[in-house]
Design a protein around this ligand. Structure first.
Ligand code: ADP
Ligand code: MG
Ligand code: ZN
Length: 414
């Protein structure tokens, strides 16, 4: 029960108490329900399957899209004394064979499996024999072909359930607008799951969007406000990344590039520098970010318009995961909008998908041009109603408290 869960939370994980939403989800997992949990990045979704894995008798299988993410989680669990392992293609064949043998002896509480490996008939039958009866699907939005993180292997997960003996399912994600949520439910669950949806609001993130007029100066001004702090700058293209990194470096800023065109060792090294240090600005394409657990990213800047409102939300969501104030700035121009439109039209996709992509882009453009509180507009796009936030450029422009007082004093003393 929940008291037992809290004891394990403290003794094994070393956390004082549950974060908002965790206790309800845990209770539902322990009740044996199938669950879809949608919680913002940093909310603590992993715990919602890791902790039940320790409280239930069977084996918990975690499917997760990124090997680096799996490795981090398994490492953390081991450090906490939890017997956990990962099956993936970076292990040697011998390692994987040893892990499988140990699994069949009941040596592990959790096993992380890469999706392409999980769906193989031999893996499924091995997991079944090992007593797998809880399946956790992390980053469940990867199943959605409408989403920006689509993984084809996730599509086969739903069909694997029978071979695994119909395990209980816990799917978690931070991304789910209506269509994505519907697709997750249809593809991953045999019947309608219990759903837990926590607010998408991240009140500590300051939201701002500006038309590009002098983009380099606009970006430099952002960095100058965050001297010695970590930040991410997203560009739409590899060339953009290279160019901006050069410009920033010439200004004496510790900037590192990251995109899929760089050698894997270089990418890994740059990511590592970023995670370990406090003053690195990473200039990146969207290839950077999913699953990076760096709590103290103080700013995220979009040098170009993101591809959709979901991508925008996910990318700014990498700032301020520690709950402390963090700053975001998105630059947009006519050319960006045209580029995104062209990408949608040139894409060889079904008409239904194009319509949806156009709508998501329109929502983002509306957010750029809104006269209304950015957060209100953003949350409304995810189906949430809210009051003006007081922590966005529009709210601040409407009630320019500090500047207004100073300006008024100047007028009066003139
Ligand atoms: P998500 O997957 O929702 O983005 P994670 O599961 O990676 O979030 O958790 C984010 C961070 O919060 C991790 O460092 C994790 O250890 C920490 N965390 C999770 N639950 C708690 C808790 N109840 N108390 C304190 N820290 C927690
Ligand atoms: Mg996560
Ligand atoms: Zn606002």
């Amino acid at each position: 029960d929940l008291d037992e869960a809290r004891r394990v939370l403290q003794e094994v994980f070393g956390f004082a108490d549950f974060r908002p939403g965790q206790a309800e989800i845990l209770q539902a997992v322990l009740d044996g329900d199938d669950i879809l949990a949608i919680m913002p990045t940093g909310a603590g979704k992993s715990l919602c399957y890791q902790l039940p894995a320790l409280l239930r008798p069977g084996l918990t299988v975690v499917v997760s899209p990124l090997i680096a993410l799996m490795r981090d989680q398994v490492e953390q669990l081991k450090q906490r004394g939890v017997p956990a392992a990962a099956l993936n293609s970076t292990n040697s064949g011998q390692d994987n064979a040893m892990i499988e043998a140990a699994l069949l002896k009941g040596r592990y509480r959790l096993v992380y499996v890469a999706p392409e490996r999980f769906v193989r008939a031999d893996t499924l039958s091995m997991l079944r024999r090992a007593g797998a009866d809880l399946l956790a699907i992390d980053e469940a939005h990867c199943v959605s072909q409408w989403g920006h993180d689509f993984r084809p292997e996730y599509r086969a997960l739903g069909e694997s359930l029978v071979a695994l003996g119909r395990p209980q399912i816990v799917a978690v994600t931070a991304t789910a607008d209506g269509p994505t949520r519907a697709e997750i439910m249809e593809r991953l669950f045999p019947a309608e799951p219990r759903q837990f949806i926590r607010s998408f609001d991240r009140p500590n993130l300051r939201l701002a969007m500006q038309r590009k007029h002098k983009p380099v100066q606009q970006i430099l001004a952002m960095i100058a406000r965050h001297k010695g702090e970590s930040g991410i700058i997203y560009c739409a293209s590899r060339k953009g990344v290279e160019k901006l990194t050069e410009i920033l470096s010439a200004q004496g800023i510790f900037a590192l590039p990251y995109h899929a065109g760089l050698a894997p060792e270089i990418r890994a090294a740059h990511q590592d520098m970023f995670v370990r240090h406090e003053n690195v600005v990473i200039v990146a394409t969207i290839a950077f970010g999913m699953g990076i657990d760096k709590p103290d990213v103080r700013f995220v800047c979009h040098a170009d318009l993101p591809g959709s409102i979901e991508a925008y939300y996910q990318e700014i969501g990498r700032a301020g995961r520690d709950g402390l104030p963090a700053d975001t700035l998105t630059l947009f121009g006519e050319a960006d909008i045209r580029l995104r439109e062209r990408q949608i039209e040139d894409n060889d996709a079904a008409p239904e998908r194009k319509r949806l992509d156009r709508r998501k882009l329109q929502e983002l453009i509306a957010l750029c041009e809104t006269p209304r509180c950015r957060r209100q507009t953003l949350l409304a796009a995810f189906g949430e109603q809210s009051e003006p936030c007081g922590n966005c450029d529009i709210c601040e422009g409407r009630w320019p408290l500090f500047d207004g007082v100073v300006a008024a004093q100047k007028v009066m003393s003139a």
